[in-house]
Every structure is written in structure tokens, then in C-alpha cells.
Design a protein around this ligand. Structure first.
Ligand code: SAM
Length: 267
């Protein structure tokens, strides 16, 4: 399991930092104010970088994740004095083990695109309380940034190698569109936090080298080597110096939609 192997370095490699996650948690707490009539379900909770700051909600918190090791990192955040949150290791593509109509907030940060959309829609419908919301969080990069260029090139190279990369943005657009067609209402996007990053092309390459597989794909090391070599060539065409870092802004966005299910006076 890909995330099991990177659990120990996940926060260092892709973590958001304490200030950012505190901002995210406080934005979530504001958004969910009208939706406290059921449980809070964190889908793909990971190492709990965000979840750690969601333990004082006025509604019970439950986190699910496929990776045992990511959840171990999450549990280790809580020393002997703090109550360990309710975390369930499971594949989110199987039924979510909660009572029907018991969830009022479904939250997922950087993870929902790993799940099958039809399954997600079925689970939302089954578990939604009478007034519920889905909140999806993601990092947004300036399209002209070095990181965005490297990701785009990686995406194209993966396609050339016959590998399909799951895209968080297109998954979210499809999911929200399907929910809107059923009567869900989108809330304005919230930028929960923004920060400056200094990133060189070589940082992307080293980051991909440091994990098993690539961009969410489990692949043979020899194929990965070829992919990275192709990427290095493309990066060399674009940048004169792969070590030269450029500074850009990144933001963390929260996109939310009300769920049209199990409402009073409805179905
Ligand atoms: C990029 S991490 C995001 C973690 C955390 N939500 C965050 O934003 O820091 C994606 C998480 O989704 C989990 N995941 C991937 N596929 C999954 C699945 N089928 N069911 C449940 N969790 C899954 C991974 O184990 C990983 O912890």
C-alpha cells in the first residue's frame, strides 16, 4: 500500500504546517455551524495533520483511511493525556460503517479522488442526516509555478506510459455536478490559508524519488526510472538550472456543497 510506505515522511514531504492547518480547522468549524445535527466523517484522514485540530467539534468526529500506517502516525499525535479519536482503517470504496442518516458533515482533504464516484454518491445518500454538507479541501497552486509545471509534465508523461493519474480537480467537478443535479447547493469557495513556497524543479524530482510508486501509482522501479529520466529532460528544456528555486503563492481551498438527501419534508 503506497501510503503505508510513506506514512513516516508524509508530513515532512507533503504536510501543510501547523499555522495552515489551524486556519483550515477554524474555517471548517465556521462552515459546519448549521450542520451539527449528526457526526463528522473525515474520509482519507491520513496522518491527522488537520484532524488533530478537529477534536473539539460540537459533534462526534470519526476518521477513516485505507492506510494502517498513516493512521498510526495520526494516533501517535495523542499522548497519554489526550483521548485518541475514533479512527477506522478501511477501504473507502467499501460501505462506510456508520448508521444510516447519522452524518451531517462529510469532509475529505486531498483524498476523495481516490474513491469511486458512484460509491461515494451512494454512501452520501445513505448516511446523510436531515441537514448535511460535503466539504472538500485541496491545495491550489499558481498554474505558472514550478511545482504546477512539473506536475503537468508528470501527468503527460504518465499518459505517454499508459498510466492514468487521478485528478482531484476533475473528480471534484464531476462529484459536485452530480450533487447539483440532485438539488445540492454549492457554497462560495473559501480560501482557508495562503503561504509562499520556494520550489526548484529538482525538489519535485527528489520528492517523487523519495516515495514508492509515482503520483499515486504503484509502478515497477525500472518504469519509474524511465519516467523520471523523461521528466528531467523536459525540465531541462524549460529551466536552465534545475536547482534554481522560484517563489510562488499556494493556497488551501475549501469547496462545500449541501447534500440534497434525507431532508425533512423530502425523501
Ligand atoms: C494525500 S493523503 C491526504 C491525507 C489528509 N487528508 C491530508 O490532507 O493531509 C490521501 C489519503 O487518502 C487515503 N486513501 C487512499 N485511498 C483510500 C481508500 N480507498 N480508502 C480510504 N482512504 C484512502 C490514503 O491512505 C491517504 O492517507
Amino acid at each position: 500500500m503506497q501510503f503505508d510506505k510513506q506514512a513516516d515522511i508524509y508530513d515532512k514531504r507533503t504536510g501543510l504546517g501547523e499555522k495552515t492547518v489551524q486556519n483550515i480547522a477554524s474555517s471548517i468549524k465556521q462552515i459546519i455551524q448549521p450542520y451539527l445535527n449528526g457526526q463528522f466523517l473525515d474520509i482519507g484522514a491520513g496522518t491527522g495533520e488537520i484532524g488533530y485540530f478537529l477534536q473539539d467539534l460540537a459533534t462526534p468526529y470519526i476518521g477513516i483511511d485505507l492506510s494502517k500506517e498513516m493512521l498510526n502516525v495520526y494516533r501517535n499525535r495523542f499522548d497519554g493525556n489526550k483521548k485518541i479519536p475514533h479512527l477506522i482503517q478501511m477501504d473507502g470504496n467499501t460501505p462506510w460503517p456508520l448508521k444510516d442518516h447519522s452524518v451531517s458533515v462529510f469532509f475529505s482533504s486531498r483524498a476523495m479522488h481516490q474513491l469511486d464516484q458512484i460509491h461515494v454518491l451512494n454512501q452520501l445518500k445513505k448516511l446523510s442526516s436531515t441537514s448535511s454538507i460535503l466539504i472538500l479541501g485541496n491545495v491550489k497552486r499558481n498554474k505558472k509555478s514550478t511545482k504546477a509545471f512539473m506536475r503537468k509534465e508528470m501527468h503527460e508523461i504518465l499518459n505517454e506510459f499508459g498510466l492514468k493519474e487521478k485528478s482531484g480537480q476533475s473528480h471534484r467537478n464531476h462529484l459536485f455536478k452530480a450533487l447539483e443535479q440532485q438539488g445540492g447547493e454549492r457554497l462560495p469557495t473559501i480560501t482557508a490559508s495562503c503561504w509562499q513556497v520556494s520550489h526548484a524543479p529538482i525538489d519535485s524530482i527528489n520528492s517523487w524519488k523519495s516515495v514508492d510508486g509515482i503520483a499515486g501509482q504503484a509502478i515497477e522501479p525500472s518504469i519509474k526510472k524511465q519516467i523520471l529520466e523523461t521528466l528531467i529532460l523536459k525540465a531541462q528544456e524549460k529551466f536552465t538550472d534545475l536547482n534554481q528555486a522560484l517563489e510562488t503563492e499556494e493556497t488551501y481551498e475549501l469547496n462545500a456543497i449541501t447534500l440534497p438527501y434525507n431532508q425533512k419534508n423530502n425523501n
